[in-house]
Write a protein that binds this ligand. Structure first.
Ligand SMILES: NC(=O)c1ccc[n+]([C@@H]2O[C@H](COP(=O)([O-])OP(=O)(O)OC[C@H]3O[C@@H](n4cnc5c(N)ncnc54)[C@H](O)[C@@H]3O)[C@@H](O)[C@H]2O)c1
Length: 284
């Protein structure tokens, strides 16, 4: 399938990054969000990120040419002209449902729609549309312009042709893919979140301090960040939410969220974004 124009819905952390990756790879991009100021903020972020990558020599093309490929819009009707759509709105089933059904109505039936969801079942999202065979999970990592991996998640109805097309597209965007079937947490979060959760259990039980736990994993296992520092970066509310999805999905007590993680979230200690999590942070 010939893909020239990629539509991205949601211009937040992930949508902005995905739009940048697509535009840098030469695609025309339609970037949608609810209000012009959200789009402005996103475009400023993309401008800054492209400048940095040019400074580092990772991008050689002129910045203006890349940015000119991104067309911001508050009207989903513009997606009638898109050859492929990436949904990257907030992690809320009701919001995703309304966006996906609108995209499904607007876009030609042979076009593929993907979701960047971290934890909602791809099979369930696909079933909300009239094209479950041409629907997949395309899970970019944060920050999308820097992280090489894209996890490709096949819902139960996804066709081999859809998988091949999404994989080829990810590769055109300079990414390396890993294939996952649709089970709670897919691969990335199924492995990462229980690791973080176990680190919080270690802290709660007094097995080690925050610093000791992170030092063991950094220096002993060569992880670039300790699991508690990583949890602060991701957001403790997001970590808890994904653990709950995995726990609910498998009904296996080994996935129960750590009570200390729940307590931190209840206290509003959400990590970097709230200034306090396992570590404390100065406002940026
Ligand atoms: N942040 C991460 O580390 C990360 C990593 C991988 C995947 N994800 C997934 O990516 C998706 C987006 O996450 P994010 O971190 O970019 O969130 P975010 O809050 O930064 O951005 C979400 C954007 O969606 C917009 N939005 C909300 N409702 C909308 C609607 N009806 N139509 C259009 N836009 C709408 C919001 O205005 C916001 O700009 C989620 O599904 C999340 O699970 C996040």
């Amino acid at each position: 399938m010939d893909i020239k124009t990629i539509g991205v819905v949601g211009a937040g952390t992930m949508g902005g990054g995905i739009a940048q990756v697509a535009a840098t790879a030469g695609f025309a991009v339609i970037l949608h969000d609810l209000a012009p100021e959200l789009l402005d903020r996103s475009l400023k972020g993309i401008d800054k990120s492209v400048s940095k990558l040019i400074e580092k020599g990772k991008i050689t093309e002129d910045k203006a040419a890349i940015l000119a490929r991104i067309k911001p819009t508050t009207s989903l009707a513009d997606f009638q002209g898109a050859d492929f759509a990436v949904e990257a709105v907030v992690e809320d089933l009701a919001v995703k449902k309304s966006v996906l059904q609108e995209l499904d109505r607007l876009m030609a039936p042979e076009r593929i729609i993907v979701s960047n969801t971290s934890s909602i079942s791809i099979t369930r999202l696909a079933a909300l549309t009239s094209r479950p065979g041409r629907f997949m999970g395309m899970h970019f990592m944060n920050p999308a312009p820097l992280m090489v991996l894209v996890e490709l998640i096949k819902g139960i109805a996804a066709t081999p042709e859809t998988f091949a097309a999404v994989k080829a597209l990810a590769e055109k965007m300079g990414k390396v893919t890993a294939e996952a079937n649709d089970f709670p947490g897919f691969i990335a979060n199924r492995v990462l979140m229980p690791l973080i959760n176990e680190a919080v259990f270690c802290l709660m039980e007094g097995v080690g301090t925050v610093e000791a736990i992170d030092t063991v994993m950094k220096l002993g296992m060569n992880h670039p960040l300790g699991p508690l520092a990583l949890a602060d970066l991701i957001g403790l509310d997001i970590c808890l939410n994904i653990m709950e999805v995995i726990h609910e999905g498998y009904q296996d007590p080994k996935y129960r969220p750590c009570p200390l993680l729940k307590k931190y979230v209840a206290a509003g200690y959400l990590g970097r974004k709230s200034g306090r999590g396992f570590y404390t942070y100065q406002p940026a």
